[in-house]
Design a protein around this ligand. Structure first.
Ligand code: ADP
Length: 791
């Protein structure tokens, strides 16, 4: 039999009354079903085509009795015998039979009356008969609250389930929902999807509450599935709706644009792009690629991609293809420009001139990249600007400080939302020529992280062998950067990525002395600021001594940037006074300086009043120039602890330990008590704890201060020193000599102890700076002590 369930959700409203006496213990023909399970109370339509089942149907019709619908245990069996059948089925009335003449099949409409348990199967031929006992649900008169709650839950879930499927719940269910849990379970079971085994289990469950509980379980599961299904459906529908909506809107937009004549605009744009492209002096392959892009723009009409496309084409066409400024190769002119723009910087100017000369003779491939290294405000940017001016090249500054993403150098691929070309292409574009001077500022402040290494991208940019075909990710088309002159600047060299550092020719720019600052102020900064503020020289009178005070008391820097700012501040106030008070000129002097610049910003660094025990003055290099460091040591009775304070770095700490090691090994010669390190706590402090300090150059200073404290011999207040110490007491060379000497001079110290190995550096320092100072070059700690301690 090949049943096919048609009206599995039809429930007979009025449950057909059965004659219990007549139905009990009756012999009934059996129709075996395979795919579904009928339940008492449900009306059903299905087809019968197995001969045995057709014979059973005929017999039932002839006798006028019901049939037992029963499931087969193994659904794959084609011709099951009574042994293969379940023992619980449904006693069913045949309501209607429709014969299908061609196939011999019968379509029946039945109504399930009640459960029937097979007492025994009686015969198989021509149809299966069974001795069947009818079973009725024992529905109690009253129910507990739990039972009622369960019934209500079943009812609610069922109606919700039907609603979600767009079906109507059978009306009878409302009536039976609170009084016949068994029937409620049967009706729900006949209306929801479940496996045949589950259905058979429900049929065999005679405890009505348990049956209902099981049904609720299946129902809840079904409901969950329906909800998920509904969610998926909604999502798919929303997608389809959106696509459809977009499509309609776009079509409407197209119609509107056509109506307004904008469609012609696209054509016009495409025309003008093509024309511009024709005129560009670029290789044919590049032209083809751009032509394709223009064609694509035409096709994409008014879509979102079209604006991206348009942006791209416009950016590429706007690049200065083939445009070059004529370079001025006259070296005398270059020298004049450099000289005219800057005071001092003799060595720097010399190196730059050499660089410019060699560029003219050597091939481009060998030319190094200049990197101007020095503290802020010493004129790095300004030298680069002068070089551009000297060569008549356009100048663009590109700050690399904080750049950590390769894409910032090379751009993002077009497919990114909001993609743009990288900074190199932007700079080229900004200059409007293919041979500008691009200043890569603060190359040492670039960092690399997971987003890629900007250093390696930059390396490619600077590499003469590769940069003739530089490919920006956004532009995609190779661009020739070989005519660009790159100059870099950095505050220090050790944070420049090593591979990049190798390509650079470093030109150091040092701090300025007070005198140099004074010259720069008088010859450059003041004229510049006067002009900027629309003032004449005669309107502001300022003596050099006042400028010196400004330098000393209002700035603390290696360069002259702060000084320039102070000058600007004075002139702003001067302009205001001239206009409001109607006077002809103003004199800025020591007495009224505070009126212009406010309270003094810095105290003057001075030497100590008298020699002291455990205090020694060192010299330090900082990013804003040089400074003196007064190192203090206390010795206290204790257990040999060694403590360092004052925000000092690891190298400085190690240097202190080296000094300690030296002192312990030489305690006898130094007249220090044996075993001092066991019962004496030593505390080294370097004041101005807010400023981090590091480096080995305070080694001899710390050692001197400690020895002084341990021997009770004062250190001369006329001495300042710098030098690295080894554990055997040798003095090693240090860096930043010029800044350190300037710091000593500013503090009014005349005797400076320096490592002997720095002798050649010392000879390079301007005589003007060295004037009035007594330099003592030392090789060992013994020499240091002989000059520093006041025995
Ligand atoms: P950096 O790039 O080293 O930080 P800048 O080049 O911006 O410093 O210099 C700051 C200001 O000081 C600029 O106005 C510059 O012209 C001026 N300046 C620096 N050094 C000199 C100098 N030797 N001669 C004339 N002006 C200078």
């Amino acid at each position: 039999m090949n049943e096919h369930k048609k009206t599995d959700d039809i429930i007979l409203d009025d449950i057909i009354e059965t004659d219990e006496e007549e139905m009990d213990k009756t012999h009934l023909p059996v129709i075996v079903i395979r795919e579904f399970m009928p339940f008492p109370g449900a009306m059903m339509s299905f087809d019968i085509n197995r001969p045995q089942s057709l014979a059973a149907l005929d017999a039932a019709l002839e006798i006028g009795c019901d049939v037992l619908l029963v499931g087969q245990r193994d659904r794959d069996l084609e011709n099951p015998t009574s042994a293969d059948l379940c023992h619980m089925g449904v006693i069913t009335s045949i309501l209607q039979v429709l014969r299908l003449p061609m196939s011999g099949m019968a379509r029946v409409i039945t109504h399930g009356d009640n459960r029937g348990v097979v007492v025994e199967y009686l015969g198989e031929d021509p149809y299966i008969t069974a001795h069947v006992e009818g079973l009725y649900d024992a529905e109690p008169d009253t129910y507990t609250k739990d039972a009622k709650a369960l019934m209500r839950l079943a009812f609610d879930n069922f109606t919700q389930c039907m609603e979600m499927q767009g079906k109507n719940a059978p009306e009878s269910i409302t009536r039976i929902s609170e009084e016949m849990p068994g029937r409620l379970a049967d009706i729900i079971a006949s209306n929801i999807r479940m496996k045949p085994e589950q259905a058979q289990e429900l049929l065999e469950e005679l405890d009505v509450m348990e049956r209902l509980r099981k049904v609720v379980g299946i129902l809840t599961y079904e409901l969950e599935l329906l909800k998920i299904q509904r969610g998926l459906f909604d999502k798919v529908r929303a997608n389809v709706d959106k696509n459809q909506r977009d499509y309609i809107l776009r079509e409407q937009l197209k119609a509107i644009h056509t109506e307004l004549g904008d469609a012609d605009n696209v054509d016009d744009d495409v025309q003008s792009y093509r024309k511009k492209l024709e005129e560009l002096p670029i290789p044919a392959a590049v032209k083809d690629k751009l032509n394709q892009e223009i064609k694509r723009l035409k096709q994409s009409g008014f879509s979102a991609e079209a604006s991206v496309q348009r942006d791209y084409i416009e950016r590429v066409l706007a690049l200065p293809w083939g445009v070059k400024s004529k370079e001025n190769t006259n070296l005398i002119h270059a020298e004049e420009v450099l000289e005219k723009d800057h005071y001092g910087l003799t060595k720097v100017k010399e190196r730059v001139m050499e660089f410019l000369a060699v560029r003219q003779t050597a091939s481009d491939l060998d030319a190094p990249i200049l990197c101007l290294v020095g503290p802020p405000g010493v004129g790095k940017t300004s030298v680069a600007k002068s070089v551009a001016r000297a060569l008549d090249r356009k100048y663009v500054r590109m700050s690399l400080g904080g750049v950590r993403d390769e894409a910032e150098i090379r751009g993002h691929r077009k497919t990114y939302v909001g993609a743009m070309p990288g900074r190199i292409m932007e700079a080229v574009n900004q200059s409007g020529t293919m041979n500008p001077l691009i200043l890569l500022d603060e190359i040492d402040k670039m960092t690399s992280d997971f987003r890629g290494d900007p250093g390696s991208a930059l390396l490619e940019v600077l590499d003469a062998e590769q940069n003739s075909g530089f490919r920006d990710h956004y532009i995609e088309i190779p661009f020739n950067l070989s005519d660009v002159l790159f100059i870099c600047t950095a505050n220090q060299t050790d944070t420049i990525p090593p591979a990049l550092r190798d390509r650079l020719e470093m030109i150091p720019l040092n701090s300025y002395s007070e005198n140099e600052k004074l010259h720069i102020a008088i010859e450059f900064l003041i004229p510049k600021q006067l002009k900027k503020h629309g003032l004449k020289k005669s309107q502001v009178k300022m003596q050099p001594a006042v400028i010196e005070d400004i330098i000393r008391l209002y700035t603390r820097e290696a360069g002259v940037r702060q000084l320039e700012r102070m000058m600007a501040q004075i002139y702003r106030k001067v302009v205001k006074i001239l206009l409001t008070e109607g006077c002809k000129s103003i004199t800025v002097n020591k007495d009224n300086l505070e009126k212009f610049l406010g309270k003094l910003k810095f105290r003057k660094d001075t030497k100590d009043d008298k020699p002291e025990v455990g205090v020694c003055r060192g010299l330090a290099w900082t990013s804003v120039g040089g400074d003196t460091l007064s190192i203090e040591v206390n010795t206290i009775k204790g257990s040999g602890k060694f403590k360092l304070t004052g925000n000092i770095g690891k190298v400085m700490e190690e240097s202190a330990h080296a000094a300690m090691s030296y002192i312990r090994s030489r305690h006898e010669q130094l007249s220090i008590r044996k075993g001092f390190f066991k019962d004496t706590d030593i505390h080294i402090h370097i004041p101005e704890g807010a400023t981090p300090k590091d480096g080995p150059s305070a080694g001899i200073t710390m050692a001197t201060a400690m020895i002084s404290a341990l021997t009770d011999i004062p250190v001369s207040n006329q001495v300042a020193m710098t030098g690295e110490i080894t554990i055997r007491g040798r003095v090693l060379p240090i860096g930043g000599l010029k800044e350190k000497i300037l710091a000593a001079k500013n503090a009014g110290i005349h005797k400076v102890l320096l490592p002997l190995e720095n002798e050649s550096d010392l000879s390079e320092i301007n005589q003007e700076i060295k004037e009035g100072l007594d330099f003592i070059l030392v090789k060992t700690m013994d020499e240091v002590l002989s000059h520093a301690l006041e025995r």
